[in-house]
Ligand binder design. Structure first.
Ligand SMILES: O=C(O)CCC(=O)C(=O)O
Length: 272
């Protein structure tokens, strides 16, 4: 018996590989999260988008978002009650600077088996076609696994510029969200986003959830149990932050991020 989704929504997700829009958190809290990111950038002198792995562990508010019952009830209806967060990422797309996200499948580099991960993309600002919202190609999660090239294009927000070169995107769908709403997409769906043609920054946080029975194909690594139990013990536990911008966690994710974006490592570089 699903907790919050209708049978039709679950069937839609299974057939199409995505679901949107869903009401998530209070827009007051998403605006406060944007302020947190701005304050972080001022204080630390680095872009918040440089946190390319496990951003949810870095701020009190993003940690709370990753455990938000409204979000987790939806995730539970899609993947079951024992839920782990593999990683997360603040997707910050400045206005009119040409940044984009190439077509890709997350399954090509997350190193999971089986592919049951669902990404929750929570809009911290409105996200719409004009400012380069996430786009998906429905049904591709049921199709082939594409090979990806790593372009390291500096305008590509993907850490390694992972791109599917040749794909028919005529059926792509825009996932339009108001701040506080979220979308879900399957690990194997082909997705990406175009440039932001407005003057204002578009921001979201993508949180990558998988059921605890899924195994890592990249050796043992940590993940964050956000609901239920990890009965199989395939994963180590992520450290829990003890405060906002916990120095120990920031150092850890920075180091891991460097490795993840370093061209000398393989595409399936560990996501900490
Ligand atoms: O934020 C974007 O434009 C792309 C997001 C994405 O690729 C993801 O959440 O997996």
């Amino acid at each position: 018996m699903p907790k919050v989704l209708t049978d039709d929504q679950i069937t839609f997700y299974r057939e199409n590989g995505y679901l949107a829009p869903l009401d998530g958190v209070d827009p007051v809290d998403t605006a406060a999260m944007c302020d947190d990111l701005e304050a972080f950038e001022c204080d630390e002198g680095v872009l918040a988008s440089s946190i390319v792995v496990k951003g949810h562990l870095c701020f009190r508010r993003s940690y709370e978002f990753s455990r938000h019952p409204v979000i987790l009830d939806v995730v539970e209806d899609l993947i079951g009650p024992n839920i782990m967060a593999l990683s997360s990422r603040f997707w910050m797309k400045p206005g009119k600077d040409g940044s984009f996200v190439s077509w890709h499948q997350d399954s090509a580099y997350f190193g999971l088996d089986p592919h049951e991960l669902v990404t929750v993309w929570l809009a911290l600002t409105d996200s719409k076609p004009e400012n380069g919202c996430v786009r998906v190609i429905p049904g591709t999660h049921r199709g082939k696994s594409y090979s990806h090239v790593e372009t390291f294009d500096e305008k590509n927000l993907l850490a390694r510029g992972q791109s599917i070169d040749d794909i028919d995107d005529s059926g792509a769908v825009d996932l339009t969200l108001n701040a506080g709403q979220f979308s879900c997409h399957h690990e194997r769906i082909v997705h990406g986003s175009a440039a932001n043609d407005t003057d204002a920054m578009r921001i979201g946080i993508g949180i990558f959830y998988f059921p605890a029975h899924v195994k890592s194909t990249l050796g043992r690594r940590p993940a964050d149990l956000v609901r239920g139990v990890d009965e199989r013990g395939h994963w180590d536990a992520d450290p829990a932050p003890t405060e906002d911008r916990d120095a120990r966690i920031l150092a850890h994710v920075r180091e891991a991020g460097k490795r993840y974006t370093d061209p000398q490592y393989r595409q399936e570089a560990e996501t900490v």
